[in-house]
Design a protein around this ligand. Structure first.
Ligand code: 13P
Length: 263
């Protein structure tokens, strides 16, 4: 069954004491629920606090509550000062890595080719990838959103072997909705998710398309999560601002629990 993923991207926020506070609150909430096997809760602190966060997850929750790194290197061990490779992330119990976030495309100038190399390296090292795509405001105003997303996927992940693509969840994050308080309407988001699923169908197979988790990201919060997660092609969320508070993040988890098919 398709995985439903509620992932918090903590970005470059929170010091250690705050990481402990947030993670402990999430653990407490999740512990009190019966989480279905197909629902995965993912938290993504900065590199230095991955182990701190991991140490707070009780053994019984490790298959439901997992960690993602926000980036990884495309390189294997060697002389690459300041870089962290996926094997190291795996070694500190990370299950996922976020690749292709628009902030890294914008500020670190990461291009399609580099993102393809990072994705391949991460999967080959045993991580699962949350691959982000999404158009900018100007591109939507010019009705280019479908072309842009198609190009981002084709150039970075569609030449993966089908067995490797099954390790990728896609996050559609329209750049104009990130951190702006503005969200795509549920219909706009679902339309793009359907389009992405159809592309996977054409490039791979119906089975892979049906099993790929496609998350929405961009100002998701409890107040809009219900309408977004009610859409049939939205398989979870990648949440920034609202993932930094226990109540809002766990509020979204609870909505997913109510709305999404469970197994
Ligand atoms: P916001 O939820 O703060 O808009 O951020 C979304 C995001 O970029 C998640 O990766």
């Amino acid at each position: 069954m398709k995985k439903i993923i509620i992932a918090g991207n903590w970005k470059m926020n929170l010091l250690q004491a705050e990481v402990i506070q947030l993670m402990s609150g999430i653990v407490k909430h999740v512990k009190a629920q019966r989480l279905p096997n197909n629902l995965k809760i993912v938290c993504s602190p900065v590199y230095p606090y991955l182990q701190t966060a991991q140490s707070l997850i009780p053994e019984a929750l490790k298959s439901s509550l997992q960690l993602a790194a926000q980036n990884c290197s495309e390189q294997n061990p060697g002389a690459f000062t300041g870089e962290v490779n996926p094997a190291m992330l795996k070694d500190v119990s990370c299950k996922y890595v976020i690749i292709g976030h628009s902030e890294r495309r914008q500020y670190q100038k990461e291009d399609h080719q580099l993102l393809a190399a990072k994705t391949k390296n991460a999967i080959q090292s045993g991580l699962q990838v949350i691959f982000c795509c999404g158009e900018q405001l100007k591109e939507r105003q010019q009705d280019q959103q479908f072309n842009i997303v198609q190009q981002q996927l084709e150039e970075s992940i569609f030449d993966l072997h089908p067995d490797l693509l099954s390790k990728v969840a896609i996050a559609y994050e329209p750049v104009w909705a990130i951190g702006t308080g503005e969200t795509a309407t549920p219909e706009q988001a679902n339309e793009m998710h359907q389009f992405i699923r159809e592309l996977i169908h054409q490039n791979f197979s119906t089975e892979i398309a049906d099993n790929t988790s496609i998350l929405y990201g961009g100002s998701m919060k409890p107040a809009n999560a219900e309408a977004l997660l009610a859409q049939p092609d939205i398989d979870g969320g990648l949440i920034g601002g609202a993932a930094l508070q226990v109540e809002s993040f766990t509020g979204i988890i609870d909505i997913a629990l109510q709305l999404k098919p469970t197994a």
